[in-house]
Design a protein around this ligand. Structure first.
Ligand code: MG
Length: 286
């Protein structure tokens, strides 16, 4: 005979205790017709939550701001800053590279058919708005025509705060170092898995970024990043080691609380569309 599982009588006993502990008001509500049932707007006699100024179900706790979500997944919610909606680059400028280093220009990447394409040699595309703690939604596609290999195939990058790079690369049957693959924190951490699609297909980054904090010259909290690539978790609140670097370990240097988002010109014709950002606040902030 099989041993009787111990958890069953225990669960029944716990459920009975829980029902008995329900406030009398709830028993009254349950005796009413479903249409007549109501519940209190909150409570003023419940215990305080640990390390919070609020009671359990606190009547005075502010309700979160109401926002309108996108109609379909991936569409910007009403509190997002839309940086690129497929039509124009008015929210961006270009940072010169090579002989033009140090200069800035009007945005020079090509917009067509609802996307923008990197024009190699023109420099990184930089957002006019700046962001600190933020949620980013960015869609990208590697060039449909395969040229080059390794880091020369469909390379671009999401340079958060113009420094911390989430790698964009054509990973499709294209071996390269793990911490340089699509979705890598470049030169630091590979994605946990590789859910990248073929070149030419649209791919989605959903990023939650916590900006680093400095006191004077001193780093007091590193940046953290959570990243979903094509809906798959590839970084889970991973601390970033420092700014993006090639063949060395990146380090931190103090910068503003908010900085621009930049898209990298690595001289391959990567495409971007549907780019939006939400500034993040903590709980109970209106
Ligand atoms: Mg890159």
């Amino acid at each position: 005979m099989m041993a009787r599982p111990l958890w069953r009588p225990l669960a029944v006993a716990l459920a009975l205790v829980a029902v008995a502990a329900l406030p009398a008001v709830s028993a009254q509500q349950r005796s009413k017709s479903k249409k007549e049932r109501t519940s209190p707007l909150g409570y003023e006699d419940t215990p305080y939550l640990p390390d919070q100024p609020w009671r359990v179900h606190d009547l005075k706790r502010p309700r979160p701001p109401l926002i309108r979500p996108g109609v379909r997944p991936g569409e910007p919610p009403s509190d997002a800053v839309v940086l690129f909606d497929g039509k124009d680059l008015s929210g961006w400028y270009q940072r010169g590279k090579g002989p033009e280093r140090g200069k800035t220009f009007e945005a020079r990447w090509k917009v067509r058919d609802g996307y923008v394409e990197v024009v190699g040699g023109t420099g990184d595309l930089v957002s006019k708005d700046k962001f600190g703690d933020a949620q980013y939604h960015i869609e990208w596609a590697a060039p449909p025509r395969i040229e080059g290999s390794g880091q020369w195939r469909g390379n671009s990058g999401i340079l958060i705060m113009e420094r911390y790079e989430i790698q964009v690369l054509d990973n499709w049957e294209n071996p390269t170092y793990a911490d340089g693959m699509a979705g890598a924190i470049y030169g630091q951490f590979p994605p946990l898995v590789n859910p990248a699609r073929r070149p030419g297909q649209w791919q989605v980054f959903d990023i939650v970024f916590e900006a680093p904090r400095f006191e004077g010259d001193k780093l007091i909290k590193p940046a953290y990043v959570t990243l979903f690539l094509n809906g798959v978790l590839v970084h889970h609140r991973q601390a970033i080691i420092g700014r993006m670097a090639h063949r060395r370990v990146g380090t931190y240097a103090p910068h503003g609380a908010e900085e621009s988002l930049a898209l990298q010109d690595h001289d391959t014709a990567v495409r971007y569309r549907n780019i939006w950002v939400r500034r993040l606040k903590g709980y109970d902030q209106q």
